[in-house]
Design a protein around this ligand. Structure first.
Ligand code: NI
Length: 184
């Protein structure tokens, strides 16, 4: 087990476009994924992207098998390891490709939250650590987390997506009831 240092906004390594994973089911890849899971769990994160620990690969993890104290109102998302992802926005029930607003934080932007617009319904594809395909449709918090994590692979942090800066602030001020031990 190894909890790795999470890079913070301002570090140029968070602004790179990540490289695709080309070697699957290797000891090195499995070790990296274990470290990312350990790091995400230690920080009570909802997701983590490889660039956040300085690794220049298209690899994200998200979800958990338990309640997340940082996002107490969110429906649970199955723990997923996703490589080389591709996101396609989908039409919602009204037939529109719509964005919805929701609160986000980021382990690379500790202590802050903002309202960020994201597609409400997406299809995401990619590969698992063995090189087998993943192909899912997601909405709500699940869709939001996937879009947030995949943004890290193109050097985009959520503050770059904020449109209304009147709803961008410190977690402890916005959500005074949230567990104070959470850093994000
Ligand atoms: Ni993030």
């Amino acid at each position: 087990m190894a909890v790795r240092e999470i890079l913070k906004m301002g570090d140029p390594r968070l602004l790179r476009v990540a490289q695709p994973v080309t070697a699957f089911d290797s000891d090195e890849l499995h070790r990296l994924i274990t470290d990312m899971l350990d790091t995400m769990r230690a920080a009570n994160g909802a997701g983590l992207a490889a660039p956040q620990i300085g690794v220049d690969l298209q690899l994200v993890i998200f979800g958990s098998n338990a309640h997340n104290p940082r996002y107490p109102d969110a429906a649970p998302v199955a723990q997923t390891v996703l490589l080389n992802p591709l996101i396609t926005p989908l039409e919602d029930v009204d037939g529109a490709v719509a964005q919805e607003e929701g609160w986000e934080g980021c382990l690379s932007v500790p202590g802050l939250r903002a309202i960020v617009p994201r597609y409400g319904r997406i299809r995401y594809t990619g590969l698992d650590p063995y090189g087998d395909p993943i192909d899912r449709v997601a909405d709500g918090f699940h869709a939001r987390v996937v879009q947030h994590e995949c943004d890290h692979l193109i050097g985009v942090l959520y503050p770059m997506r904020v449109r209304d800066f009147s709803r961008f602030g410190f977690t402890e001020v916005l959500f005074p009831g949230l567990d104070a031990e959470q850093d994000d």
